[in-house]
Design a protein around this ligand. Structure first.
Ligand code: FE2
Length: 488
């Protein structure tokens, strides 16, 4: 077996761990609020074997499902297991990597032709009593939330026609329905997008397909009370390039972006496309809502080009990570209009979280990760884009008021989960993982709990995780009540 490449995707914080383990009764500093009883599921890419190509990316890694379980008695357990995807099983059997470039099956070992190559490493999605591990290049895998054993590839009981499912689904807080989509729905570099709705019990009740203006990277989408909004940004796929053994994605700086808007329960024939600015890129949407005049406001982490170096490099875009301009911006438009108005809301960042109850509605608080401008010293290397965030921002998108939790040099922070409080008028809690560098290749990890309304104050509790962790992508909180209901 070869070695992992000496690149930031496989070094420092991103050093592969490749180990399944359980830690019981973790040490806690401070007091865990009674509201926090349940499981924080996290999706962690962690390659079991060195990749076939040395320019491989951290987000190619096999998906692991990690769970930080806050038990009824106040104790906390940690578990992490590989998602037993067809790809992972094939490579374990061979004892080496068999799958080639990121999302290019034409670069795979011939022995795995036709094998499902998704790695289920992006988001744990809890809905309808089921835990799904999703990555947008394939269908999700269902995982048992208690044993963390993999049940298998999930197609909604044979109903889902799309070959892909986004890692960013949206749950309506009133109806409990799951809204999701899949792009490249019928194969590589296809413009076909599937738009799907599952009812509150997880039954797939609607699947419609439409064509995007081009095959672009559609990482996220949003719903409002009445609309579904599909953004398309100019990071594009090309079948001929894939067949040539090339990269899946190239960012086209001179190509326009688009947003498609349709009534969320409507027919895809009603989709209305509005042209957006050229060359921009967005991975995550904080929220989207309609105002009293029926105008739609879409809040998003926009950058001037693609945020991933592994995509910029083959695109001939030579901008260092730290110099990419962007910010939290609002795009406002009429659902049948043809113009977008852009309003800056907050500093650059990503990995946002809102209260579940605010999904698709006007809202007064959102949280996201950013860089502390006061930080002295270089940021920590690691995480999906190679440079880790070191600050957490709370923003009121209406007033612009902000609070920040900035961490000292040598610290990194991962996407928070929001947990509601049983006390009326309490803003709830944020739970997130902190990485602290203690030596050239030494790190300590903790889970912090902060008051969601006063994030700049000292954490109310810190849970120590005495084992090396590889950075997560996204997480999902499931309360103990939710877990119990599913078990029953
Ligand atoms: Fe994402």
């Amino acid at each position: 077996m070869g070695e992992f490449p000496k690149t930031v995707d496989f070094m420092f914080l991103n050093t592969p761990i490749g180990e399944e383990y359980s830690l019981k009764g973790l040490e806690v500093e401070g007091d865990i609020p009674d509201d926090i009883r349940g499981a924080f599921f996290r999706a962690v890419p962690d390659p079991a074997f060195p990749p076939l190509f040395i320019d491989d990316t951290a987000i190619s890694g096999d998906g692991m499902v990690s769970r930080l379980w806050f038990k009824e008695d106040g104790s906390v357990d940690f578990d992490i297991r590989y998602v037993q995807t067809a790809r992972h099983k094939a490579e374990i059997e061979a004892g080496k990597a068999l799958f080639g470039r990121y999302r290019n099956p034409y670069t795979d070992d011939p022995s795995v032709k036709g094998v499902d190559r998704t790695v289920s490493n992006t988001t744990p999605i809890w809905h309808g009593g089921k835990l799904l591990m999703a990555k947008e290049d394939g269908r999700a895998y269902r995982v048992d939330p208690i044993t963390l054993e993999t049940v298998g590839s999930y197609d909604f009981g044979g109903k889902l026609k799309s070959e892909t499912m986004t890692a960013h689904a949206r749950v309506d807080p009133e109806t409990g329905e799951l809204f999701f989509f899949g792009y490249e729905a019928d194969g590589l570099a296809s413009t076909k997008v599937a738009y799907c709705i599952a009812d509150k019990n997880g039954e797939l009740i609607k699947e419609q397909w439409f064509d995007a203006p081009y095959c672009g990277l559609m990482h996220d989408f949003v719903i409002t009370k009445n609309y579904a909004v599909f953004p398309v940004f100019p990071t594009t796929a090309d079948l001929a390039r894939l067949k040539d053994g090339g990269v899946h994605w190239v960012h086209e700086q001179d190509r326009e972006s688009w947003i498609g808007i349709m009534p969320r329960y409507g027919d895809v024939k009603e989709m209305h496309w509005i042209k957006g600015p050229k060359g921009v890129s967005v991975f995550h949407f904080m929220n989207c809502f309609e105002d009293d005049d029926g105008r739609i406001h879409l809040d998003q982490h926009l950058t001037e080009t693609n945020a991933f170096e592994f995509i910029r490099r083959p695109s001939g875009i030579d901008i260092p990570q730290s110099e990419i301009k962007g910010g939290l911006v609002r795009w406002s438009f009429d659902p049948k209009g043809d113009e977008i108005t852009e309003t800056p809301l907050g500093p650059p960042g990503d990995l946002c979280r809102i209260r579940d109850a605010d999904q698709g509605r006007p809202y007064t608080v959102g949280w996201y990760l950013s860089m502390d401008p006061e930080m002295k010293g270089p940021p920590m290397l690691g995480g999906p884009v190679g440079v880790a965030f070191n600050a957490l921002i709370a923003i009121n998108p209406q007033s612009g008021a902000m609070k920040m939790l900035g961490l000292p040099p040598g610290h990194a922070i991962s996407e928070p989960a929001h947990i509601v409080s049983s006390q009326a008028d309490h803003p709830g809690w944020l739970l997130f993982i902190i990485d602290r560098q203690t030596g050239e290749d030494q790190f300590e990890h903790e889970a912090w709990i902060v008051n969601a309304g006063e994030i700049q104050e000292a954490p109310v509790a810190k849970v120590k995780i005495p084992h090396r962790l590889r950075p997560q992508v996204h997480g999902w909180w499931a309360s103990q009540e939710t877990l119990d209901k599913a078990a029953a």
